[in-house]
Design a protein around this ligand. Structure first.
Ligand code: SF4
Length: 256
């Protein structure tokens, strides 16, 4: 019984966004420094339209978005990111913890607030909202400081459905997001959760990516499972078999 990934994103959007006097507000649960990309300031938002069986987000945030976090204006989040970036002397920012492209007006207003401040913003996304809204990639193209990382859930439709519980065509939407971004001239690359994929799936995916753009095939990043205690529980509960994984303390430096 697969869910529709587009409809689920739209349903979650109703729970984690609301209109306020200063624009669309979105729920977040923390702002923190993170070790990825050599150091990046991260605002963790609430809410994602996928239910990946390997997701690192806690059950409380993932399964009960209406109860988690608090609503913030784009300005408040921009100020929080910049303040912590200054304190830590870092120049990379991102929104993570959920799907940052849910609530397009909020995200675009957040990017407006960061425009011209000298930071680079990594937009990590599953791509579904970018595929579903033809103008989304175009809207992102006006922010030259944004780089989009589309996180593919497996290497094909079958693996996508197995890993997310969503309809298999969600994987095609992920590829469509990459196509839309390339067409709009947005800096982007794919990352691939490859821990559950046999080698031949990955090879076939690289060939598919090359058909969209040779740069996507060349820049494809391999993402591997990190065995946080609640992730181990989740993976076991879903009886998922993986080929590769790391404990949190043993993630190779090239993956950080
Ligand atoms: S897309 Fe990311 S945030 Fe959403 S469920 Fe999957 S791993 Fe978690």
């Amino acid at each position: 019984m697969f869910y529709n990934p587009v409809q689920r994103h739209l349903a979650i959007e109703k729970l984690v966004t609301r209109m306020g006097p200063k624009g669309q507000e979105r729920k977040y649960y923390r702002i923190r420094p993170a070790r990825w990309y050599g150091g990046i300031i991260t605002a963790d938002c609430v809410g994602c339209g996928l239910l990946c069986k390997f997701c690192w987000v806690s059950d409380a945030v993932m399964l009960r978005p209406a109860d988690a976090g608090r609503f913030y204006t784009p300005r408040k989040i921009a100020d929080g990111l910049v303040a912590l970036a200054k304190k830590r002397s870092l120049d990379l920012l991102r929104v993570s913890g959920g799907e940052p492209t849910i609530g397009k007006p909020h995200l675009l207003q957040l990017l407006d607030a960061l425009q011209g401040k000298g930071y680079r913003f990594i937009l990590e996304t599953n791509g579904i909202p970018i595929a579903n809204d033809e103008s989304y990639a175009e809207n992102l193209s006006k922010y030259g400081f944004v780089h989009v990382r589309v996180s593919l859930k497996g290497c094909n439709e079958e693996e996508f459905a197995m890993l997310t519980g969503a309809k298999p065509n969600g994987f095609t939407l992920q590829l469509k997001a990459l196509q839309n971004l390339i067409d709009a001239g947005v800096s982007c690359h794919p990352s691939v959760m490859a821990s559950f994929s046999p080698r031949k799936s990955l090879q076939a995916l690289i060939r598919t990516l090359r058909q969209i753009s040779s740069s996507l095939a060349e820049e494809a990043e391999i993402e591997e499972l990190i065995l946080y205690p609640h992730v181990i529980k989740r993976v076991r509960m879903h009886k998922l078999k993986y080929y590769t994984a790391y404990t949190p303390k043993r993630v190779p430096p090239e993956r950080i």
